[in-house]
Design a protein around this ligand. Structure first.
Ligand code: MRU
Length: 348
C-alpha cells in the first residue's frame, strides 16, 4: 500500500484510519466534530504524538463550524471550549497541547484581522476558512519536518546496519513518512539497512501491529521481537543503532516515549550502541525543565491483563499500565530534529 497515512481531510471533514484494526483492515471513518476527534485520540484509534497534534488541529477547525454562530466572539468562545476538551484526551504527548495552543493563538489573530469586513457573517466565514487552512498548515509542516529529520538521521546510520526500534514512530504516527521510521526508510533507500528489529511493544502492540506492517509495506527488512528479547538481540546481532520517536522532550533532553523505551536505552548503554531519538521540534517542551515534570498517562490495567480482549491473568489481579516512561538525556546520544542533530548535553 502506497501512501500510508493516519488521516486525510476532504470536503471539510476529517477521515481517521482506525489503527485498532491494523494490520488486518485499513478502514477510514469520518469525524465531523471535535467530540469525535477527542474520542478517537482517547481510544487510540489515532495515536503517535505528531498525528495526535494534527488531528487535534483539525478538531479545532471542525469546532469552528459545528454551530451557527452569531458573532466571531461566540465562535471564539466555542472553539476555546473545544480545545479544552481536546487536550483532556491524552496527557503525555505535548504535540496535542502545542497544536491546540497554536490554533487558539491564530484564531485570536484571525478574529482581529476579520474586523475589516464589518459584516458579522462575513467575518465568521473568514475566520472559519483561515482556521481550516491553519490546520492544513500544521499537517503540511509536519510532512516537511519528517522529511528533514529523515535526511539528518539517515546520515548517522552506518552501512549494513542492524537497527532496533520501539513502538511506532512511522507514517501512521505522523503527517508524513515518520520520525524514527522516516530515518530508517531513508537509510534503507540509501542501502544502509540490513535488518530492523521491531519490538512488539506490549501492551498495545504498536510494534507488532503497526511498525512491522508499515515496514513490510515499504519493503524494508523487518524482524519482530518481543520486548524482552532486545538485550539478547543486542548481545548477539551486532546492532548498530537504536532509534525511537518521542512524545515529549524537556529542556534538558529527557524524553518521554512509549513504555519500554527507558529499558531499551539502558540496554543500549551497556552494549555501547548509540541510542537516537527522532522528533520534530513541536515535541520539545521548553516549559518543562526535566522529565520529572512530564505527566505520564496511566491507562486501564485491563490492557495489561488481556491480549486481543482475551484475559491472560488471574481475575482481579492487580496490574498497572503506565503508557510512557522517561529516558534520561544522558542515555541519548543524539536527538534528531528538522532543525538538525542535537547531541548530549542538550541545548535546544
Ligand atoms: O501510545 P502511542 O501509540 O500514542 O505512543 C506513541 C509513541 O510513543 C511514539 O513512539 C511517539 O509518539 C512518537 S510518534 C512519531
Amino acid at each position: 500500500m502506497k501512501n500510508i497515512r493516519p488521516l486525510y481531510w476532504k470536503n471539510h471533514k476529517a477521515y481517521i484510519m482506525n489503527q485498532l484494526l491494523l494490520p488486518d483492515k485499513v478502514v477510514f471513518n469520518p469525524a465531523t466534530n471535535h467530540i469525535q476527534v477527542a474520542k478517537a485520540i482517547k481510544d487510540m484509534v489515532i495515536r503517535g504524538a505528531p498525528a495526535i497534534g494534527i488531528i487535534a488541529a483539525f478538531g479545532m477547525a471542525l469546532a469552528s463550524k459545528e454551530k451557527k454562530f452569531k458573532t466571531v466572539d461566540e465562535l471564539l468562545t466555542y472553539v476555546k471550549k473545544a480545545g479544552d476538551h481536546l487536550v483532556k484526551s491524552r496527557p503525555t504527548a505535548v504535540n496535542l497541547f502545542w497544536a491546540v495552543q497554536r490554533m487558539m493563538n491564530r484564531l485570536v489573530q484571525f478574529s482581529i484581522d476579520s474586523e475589516e469586513f464589518g459584516n458579522e457573517q462575513k467575518q465568521i466565514k473568514f475566520v472559519q476558512d483561515k482556521i481550516e487552512k491553519e490546520a492544513l498548515n500544521v499537517w503540511e509542516e509536519d510532512v516537511e519536518m519528517n522529511r528533514k529529520i529523515s535526511k539528518f538521521g539517515a546520515s548517522l546510520i552506518e552501512k549494513n546496519s542492524k537497527i532496533i526500534t520501539h513502538c511506532n514512530a512511522g507514517a501512521l504516527a505522523t503527517g508524513g513518512i515518520g520520525t524514527a521510521l522516516g530515518v530508517i526508510t531513508e537509510a534503507h533507500k540509501q542501502g544502509k539497512v540490513q535488518m530492523v528489529y521491531a519490538d512488539e511493544t506490549r501492551p498495545y502492540l504498536q510494534g507488532a501491529r503497526l511498525t512491522a506492517w508499515e515496514l513490510k509495506q515499504m519493503h524494508v527488512p523487518v524482524t519482530l521481537i518481543t520486548d524482552n528479547m532486545a538485550g539478547y538481540i543486542m548481545n548477539t546481532e551486532n546492532v548498530r543503532a537504536i532509534i525511537v520517536g518521542a512524545d515529549r522532550i524537556t529542556k534538558n533532553g529527557d524524553t518521554a516515549n512509549k513504555i519500554g523505551t527507558y529499558s531499551l536505552a539502558i540496554l543500549a548503554r551497556f552494549h555501547n550502541i548509540p541510542f537516537y531519538v527522532a522528533a520534530p521540534t513541536s515535541t520539545i517542551d521548553l516549559n518543562k525543565k526535566t522529565g520529572k515534570e512530564i505527566p505520564i498517562e496511566e491507562r486501564s490495567s485491563e490492557e495489561v491483563t488481556t491480549i486481543a480482549k482475551k484475559r491472560m491473568a488471574p481475575k482481579n489481579v492487580l496490574a498497572r499500565h503506565p503508557a510512557f516512561d522517561v529516558t534520561p538525556a544522558e542515555l541519548i546520544k543524539s536527538i534528531i530534529t528538522e532543525k538538525g542533530v542535537f547531541t548530549y548535553p542538550y541545548n535546544f
